[in-house]
Each structure stands twice: as structure tokens, then as C-alpha cells.
Design a protein around this ligand. Structure first.
Ligand SMILES: [Zn+2]
Length: 94
């Protein structure tokens, strides 16, 4: 284990130290709502995915966002056994 080195901070060292300067405002954190996909039949959120997926380079627009690839993945709801298809859009520039 390395020896701990203790130093006394000088005024110049405090000014050039990384991090938030003393007395500055806290950063603003905007809350984002993230909801898991839910089964349309029982509203359960636990799925057992099939390993097989289908990927196609298809371009288009969804909700005003441009995508250039879609990935389809089938999964089975663990609550009621309903099979669902997840469609994942890969947005351009993200
Ligand atoms: Zn279900």
C-alpha cells in the first residue's frame, strides 16, 4: 500500500484546483422520465427475449427523429406468456 502524502494547500493551488469553485451554484439536473416497455396484455415489464434478432438498414422518420436502422427482437412476457416484438430504431447522430 502506498504511503499517504498530506500537503497543505496554498491559495494559488486552491485557485487552480479542479472541480467546482467555492461559492458557485449547483449544477442543474433535469429529470427525465424513463419507463420500461410493458406488455400490452398484462402490463408486465419482465420479458424473456429470444436470442435471434433481425436488423435492417432502413431509413425513415419517427416522431420527428431520423433513423437509419431498425432491429426487431421477439420476446415472451413472463407474466402472461404473450409474445411481443420490440422494434428498436437507431437514430441518426446518436
Ligand atoms: Zn403479459
Amino acid at each position: 500500500m502506498a504511503k499517504r502524502v498530506t500537503t497543505t494547500a496554498t491559495a494559488a493551488a486552491v485557485d487552480s484546483a479542479a472541480g467546482r469553485p467555492p461559492g458557485s451554484q449547483n449544477r442543474e439536473y433535469v429529470p427525465l422520465k424513463v419507463l420500461p416497455p410493458a406488455c400490452p396484455r398484462c402490463e408486465g415489464t419482465a420479458f424473456t427475449p429470444r436470442e435471434q434478432t433481425v436488423t435492417r438498414d432502413i431509413s425513415g422518420e419517427i416522431d420527428g427523429r431520423v433513423y437509419n436502422r431498425i432491429v426487431w427482437a421477439k420476446a415472451c412476457c413472463e407474466g402472461c406468456g404473450q409474445w411481443v416484438t420490440f422494434r428498436e430504431y437507431h437514430l441518426v447522430g446518436s
